[in-house]
Design a protein around this ligand. Structure first.
Ligand code: GLC
Length: 552
């Protein structure tokens, strides 16, 4: 059997155990030399992902977009932005991925469109009370002349969540809601026309053969009736993960939408899946999103955001397995993505750094890079042994750290601009990844151009350099993924073991997994190692290290 046939049996539910690799197309591989990655670039590098051993890729948005939020501002949901190529390039990439046995998930951005989307342009032209405006959230302002925003909500990227428009006759007019940038107006999901449009968008990509969707800001699509005032606590994560009862996050009305989409996907053969971006306060609430007739998966952000502390990590694993298990869904696991500080840095930051703040030249608490990398490797060795589906973010298999020294004038994230430089935002995890140590732009392209500057010390993280080094992070990932596949670790359950307060320790059949988060080594006894997150002599597991082994 070749390609997808090997796991395409109906009902196989590949997404329950898949390792899904996130490609951030702008920064993966650039075939034109423009400095921005593209679809032919991805196609040309798929062999590396097959070698790595992932089951699927998820592509961040490549649809037509003015790129005000790196493509999460879509102007045409049914076409490819020329920056990334054409629909033919997409089809070629999909065919090549499938031929290599790699499934493909695309990003769906339903909470908001770009302000350049024809619907928003029509809404501006049509005026208050029109059906065109009813596709978005337009309201009159407060105050005598309507010059105060309709409520006090603050944008995730900083500043207010409302923008006032100028009406066709030149007078100051209504306000529209934008959870994110001013160029990203929110759709009104109570409007049946919006629902019908997105069913059709889903079908457009399903007809082309995609295996599923990652659903952007799935927790934001429904807002509390009446849009009551709300102010988040000062130290909140920007996406709202820790707060309960936020009028624009996690409203019950979202479930109808997921059920509707579930039915659309079920019309197609071949086991297609929906994975929701859900920043919610509890795992219990998150699990409601993946009941049997809703989404298939949701990201496990509580796991991602847990600090490097053994008891906390054990707790979040236990709770994840219990809560997702209670609704019959697999748990997912994730340590990095394009919105958070890379885990090779994050796990060793020494002061609070809320999601969305990022790290830059003047940040406090920057980590020791060696400590960060050891923790990241150990954390990954734990994650890839857990039952369920795991997400990897491009570059983590190279041990890439956050790029913390990007000069202010080269920053791109709207967070940086809307917060007037108070929050660095997410550029540091989005820098184009290195392929070859000695090539221009480290092989990202052949001109040396790069939309964000690549740090000088990244040659040592280049894929060719790591391929040649048996102790590299890349070799560790390949080994973990190979063993995970051979031993079918993605399915089944785990048995906890007691190796002390500072350890994460469990068993999967005869495979034992232990990570040491404490200051003292942990003696493992007579064992045969299958892999170590960091090579060490003897049988005492050092600090910030994990091992997979069999007991002799
Ligand atoms: C999601 C994306 C993020 C984007 C935001 C607005 O959180 O992951 O990158 O800025 O949605 O679309």
């Amino acid at each position: 059997m070749t390609g997808l046939e090997q796991f395409a049996a109906p009902g196989a539910q590949w997404w329950r155990s898949a390792v899904i690799y996130q490609i951030y197309p702008r920064s993966f591989a650039d075939s034109t030399g423009s400095g921005v990655g593209d679809l032919p670039g991805i196609t040309s590098r798929l062999a590396a992902l097959e070698e790595l051993g992932v089951d699927a890729i998820w592509l961040s948005p490549f649809m037509t977009s003015p790129q005000k939020d790196a493509g999460y501002d879509v102007a045409d949901y049914r076409d490819v932005d020329p920056l990334f190529g054409t629909l033919d390039d997409f089809d070629a990439m999909l065919a090549e991925a499938h031929a290599r046995g790699i499934r493909v998930i695309v990003d769906l951005v339903p909470n908001h469109s770009s302000d350049r989307h024809p619907w928003f342009q029509q809404a501006l032209a049509a005026g208050p009370g029109s059906p065109e405006r009813a596709r978005y959230i337009f309201r009159d302002g407060r105050g005598e002349n309507g010059d105060l925003p309709p409520n006090n909500w603050e944008s995730v990227f900083g500043g207010g969540m409302w923008e006032r428009v100028v009406e066709a006759d030149g007078t100051p007019g209504q306000w529209y809601l934008h959870i994110f940038d001013v160029t990203q107006p929110d759709f009104d999901w109570t409007n049946p026309e919006v629902r019908a449009e997105f069913r059709s968008v889903l079908r457009f990509w399903l007809d082309r053969g995609v295996d599923g969707f990652r659903v952007d800001v799935a927790h934001g699509m429904i807002k509390t009736d009446g849009l009551p005032d709300y102010m988040p606590p000062l130290e909140a994560d920007s996406m709202g993960g820790g707060e309960a009862d936020v009028p624009y996050w996690g409203q019950d009305g979202v479930h109808d939408i997921y059920r509707d989409w579930h039915r659309v996907l079920a019309e197609y053969d071949g086991d297609r899946a929906l994975c929701g971006e859900a920043w919610l306060p509890t795992l219990k609430q998150t699990a409601l999103w993946v009941r049997p007739d809703e989404m298939h998966q949701t990201f496990n952000f509580p796991y991602m955001m847990t600090a490097w502390d053994a008891a906390s990590i054990r707790d979040v694993i236990r709770e994840s397995l219990a809560e997702f298990g209670a609704v019959g869904a697999p748990s997912t696991w994730v340590l990095s993505n394009h919105d958070v500080v890379r885990h090779a840095t994050r796990l060793a930051v020494t002061v609070e750094n809320p999601q969305g703040d990022g790290l830059g030249p003047l940040s406090a608490g920057k980590p020791d890079p060696a400590v960060g990398l050891s923790r990241a490797r150990a954390a990954t060795a734990v994650m890839l042994a857990l039952p369920g589906s795991s997400y990897l973010y491009q570059g983590e298999e190279l041990g890439l750290p956050e790029a913390m020294e990007i000069p202010d004038d080269l920053r791109q994230d709207p967070t940086w601009f809307r917060s007037q430089g108070e929050r660095y935002g997410r550029d540091g995890c989005r820098v184009p990844i290195p392929w070859e140590a000695d090539a221009p732009a480290y092989g990202f392209n052949d001109t040396g151009a790069s939309w964000l500057p690549q740090p000088e010390e990244w040659a040592r993280f280049a894929r060719d350099a790591e391929t040649a080094d048996a102790a590299s992070t890349l070799h560790l990932y390949r080994t973990l993924l190979r063993l995970r596949r051979e031993r079918a670790l993605g399915v089944g359950s785990l048995v906890w073991e007691d190796r002390g307060e500072e350890a994460i320790a469990f068993r999967r059949g005869d495979l034992h997994v232990v990570a040491n988060l404490g200051a003292e080594p942990i003696e493992l006894g007579d064992v045969t190692f299958l892999t170590q997150s960091e090579p060490f002599e003897g049988t005492a597991l050092p600090t910030d290290t994990a091992a997979w082994f069999i007991i002799d």
